[in-house]
Write a protein that binds this ligand. Structure first.
Ligand code: AMP
Length: 398
């Protein structure tokens, strides 16, 4: 259990409560195309409303790089949150976030009312954890709640700096849930514990591989990063993704797995393509056959998919981060589908660490079969690396 004070440990009646949410949702032509993060924020917000708090919401959206960008305004989120909450959400449209609109709106609030501030990243200080903006945010409230798991691996004004200038800083239900699910899975798993890592690069998952090899029974490697492992074993990988600087690391990890008696699975065959295109010519090649120049691996092959699905089926705990291939192209999605399907079918704790794998599970229709899908790709990855998350550390201890 997370040893931080939560919204259950405070009294917010009549108090101004600033809640850092993760409303960083995808937008297309001003419309929200995936509202999972909004829905995930509701339990904390509803609790604070029910307890009679004056609920001031804030979040970043996209990367406006310290300037007001109208297409990254949180206005559409205010509208949708009002519908989801079934009550008005007043939008304070200040391009400097804590401006005259925000101050006036907060002053006028009655208990149980909700205000949303403008995109915190309209302010350049936000991502530098600057003092002035942290103080401005703190000046709006008496209590601070951090429920933005998706940003917890960053130390910014709106999740870390602000806590220095308020007496009470606690975490919300979403933050608690994310840390509890990921923490239990990794540190107290029912065994066998299988972790699946995919995605493009070894270099971005290096610490995760290292940390998880200590904890799992089986580590499955797929995606573009598998080719550095295959190259390390001496197989020909053609023009597949390859990080020469990580060949020795791949060798070390395979040796570490062996010495610790852990299974580290790498592909036995590959779906090869003659170009990076869904309409490419394709063929399945075994490791021994290898890939010639002019061919690149864009998915795990069918034998590998079966091998990985079988390993997943034996598990009692599965943590998955990163697709097995270029699943965005339908002809290279089979490996990712096989893994997601195996996870969906088993009676086990199944956790998806956000980002692309969460998108894949949603897109493929397996989302509601999983125990937990994290709302934070980067944050869950850093958690899986065994790192402390600054956004969590900053909250008051129990
Ligand atoms: P990451 O951001 O590192 O988690 O990587 C996710 C991306 O890796 C997705 O966009 C996939 O299309 C891509 N990917 C997965 N497998 C491969 C592969 N074999 N070759 C190139 N890219 C891949």
């Amino acid at each position: 259990m997370l040893n931080k004070k939560s919204v259950d440990d405070i009294n917010v009646k009549g108090k101004k409560v600033l809640v850092r949410c993760d409303f960083n949702v995808p937008l297309q032509d001003g419309k929200i195309t995936d509202e999972n993060r909004l829905v995930a924020a509701l339990p904390t917000i509803k609790k604070l409303i029910a307890d009679g708090g004056k609920v001031i919401l804030c979040s970043h959206l996209g990367k406006p790089k310290g300037e007001p960008k109208p297409e990254l305004s949180l206005a559409p989120v205010a509208e949708r949150m009002a519908e989801l909450l079934g009550q008005p959400v007043k939008f304070a449209a200040d391009t400097n976030v804590v401006g005259e609109n925000a101050k006036a709106a907060v002053e006028a609030m009655k208990d149980g009312e909700v205000v949303l501030l403008e995109n915190t990243r309209y302010r350049a200080e936000e991502t530098k954890n600057g003092e002035a903006f942290s103080k401005e945010l703190a000046s709006l409230c008496e209590v601070f709640v951090n429920d933005a798991f998706g940003t917890a691996h960053r130390a910014h004004c709106s999740n870390v700096g602000v806590t220095e200038y308020v007496d009470t800083a606690v975490v919300g239900y979403l933050m608690q849930k994310e840390i509890d699910f990921l923490g239990n899975a990794v540190n107290n798993p029912e065994r066998p514990f299988v972790a699946i890592l995919g995605g493009s690069k070894v270099s971005s998952k290096i610490s995760v591989i290292d940390n998880l090899l200590e904890k799992v029974d089986t580590l499955i490697i797929g995606g573009g990063m598998a080719f550095t492992f295959l190259a390390a074993k001496g197989y020909a990988i053609g023009d597949s993704l390859f990080e020469e600087d990580y060949v020795q690391y791949a060798k070390d990890m395979m040796a570490k797995a062996e010495s610790k008696g852990k299974k580290l699975l790498i592909p036995v065959d590959t779906m090869a393509a003659d170009k990076f295109d869904n309409a490419a010519n394709t063929k399945v090649v075994t490791d021994e056959e290898g890939l010639e120049a002019g061919w690149l691996g864009l998915d795990i092959g069918p034998k590998t998919a079966e091998l990985y699905a079988d390993a997943v089926k034996e598990a009692k705990t599965v943590v998955w981060n990163g697709p097995m291939g270029c699943f965005e192209m339908s002809n290279f999605a089979a490996g990712t589908i096989a893994v997601a399907k195996a996870m969906a079918e088993i009676d086990a704790t199944t956790i998806i660490g956000g980002g692309d794998s969460a998108a894949a599970a949603n897109q493929l229709g397996f989302a509601d079969k999983m125990t937990h899908i994290s709302t934070g790709g980067g944050a869950s990855l850093e958690f899986l690396e065994g790192k402390d998350l600054p956004g969590v550390v900053a909250a008051n201890d129990k």
